[in-house]
Design a protein around this ligand. Structure first.
Ligand code: AMP
Ligand code: FE
Ligand code: FE
Ligand code: ZN
Length: 278
């Protein structure tokens, strides 16, 4: 069976493998079409494209934009051009915001008595820095056992070291991606902890802004795939899926994981690929 995996992170953001290392593992996992979707950066795309070519895998360039409006909502963009000047300057600003936020969270942690070398943490991040980099430093310092524990105790929303990100409406990221010729897709809808009555009108508004797909087959929708699949098709949205692999931690999916449940994976992936790939 051919296996698409359309949601993956590398060292360009908060994944632990470089694009080349990841592609090697994707090949071992029999993934045949993949997309790299790092947080707020296209920094891993060139290396991924090269590795895909060398190993004979099909590749769709992507990105995952973090927005903070009505709720924390992530928007995937497929078919982005990695030399797109408008997107590059947008992500440059997001990188600055990320650095500011992580420094502010690092300061809070220090004031709580943790000894952290913030400069080293900043330097060790390969690109788009995020809370997982702080979490890993807390693990390395022996303050917590796991990254998840770091989130549960200190870094998660509302926890003592939390600093909110800059506000940005999801519809802004959607229109931006659309205007740059990319295909905007709502990532892991099940993680938006809202009742359907509240999500549906938002989904409509996002579709008006240019939303074209719904990430139905994401590990966080496990058990609910049929519900999201039906909704996507009813609304005329593309159906997408991916593991959201970051590392071997069971909190994130493993490579190619969602394909087992995704019976129409090849047809759906092709429907996306033919629109997104230019
Ligand atoms: P940031 O982009 O800096 O807000 O960090 C968000 C990232 O942290 C997500 O993409 C996940 O990779 C990771 N993350 C969020 N919540 C948790 C959690 N509870 N346990 C482990 N990792 C998490
Ligand atoms: Fe992440
Ligand atoms: Fe996400
Ligand atoms: Zn992701």
């Amino acid at each position: 069976m051919r296996r698409p995996d359309l949601h993956l992170h590398t060292t360009a953001s908060d994944g632990i493998f470089s694009p080349a290392q990841l592609v090697q593992r994707l090949q071992r996992a029999d993934v045949t079409l993949f997309s790299i979707t790092d947080h707020d950066t296209m920094g891993g795309l060139e290396a991924a494209e090269e590795a895909a070519l060398l190993r004979g895998l099909a590749f769709l360039p992507g990105v995952e934009i973090s927005t903070e409006g009505e709720a924390e909502v992530h928007i995937l963009g497929y078919g982005v051009a990695r030399d797109d000047a408008v997107l590059l300057s947008f992500f440059e600003q997001m990188a600055k915001d990320r650095i500011g936020r992580i420094l502010a969270m690092g300061d809070k942690l220090k004031r709580m008595g943790f000894s952290l070398d913030l400069e080293r943490i900043m330097a060790s991040a390969g690109g788009s820095i995020g809370r997982p980099h702080l979490a890993r430093a807390l693990v390395a310092g022996g303050y917590v056992k796991t990254v998840s524990e770091a989130f549960d105790r200190y870094l998660g929303d509302g926890k003592p070291a939390y600093v909110p990100r800059e506000k940005m409406a999801a519809s802004y990221a959607i229109s931006l991606l659309k205007s740059r010729g990319a295909v905007p897709v709502l990532a892991h809808p099940g993680l938006i902890q809202w009742p359907m009555e509240r999500i549906l009108p938002l989904l409509k508004a996002w579709q008006e802004a240019g939303l074209m797909g719904l990430e139905v087959y994401h590990p966080s929708n496990r058990g609910d795939y049929a519900k999201w699949d039906r909704l996507a098709r009813q609304q005329g949205l593309l159906v997408t899926g991916g593991s959201d692999f970051h590392d071997e931690d069971p909190r994130h999916g493993q490579l190619g994981e969602t394909v087992q449940a995704w019976e129409s994976a090849c047809e759906d992936a092709w429907a996306l690929y033919r629109i997104a790939h230019r």
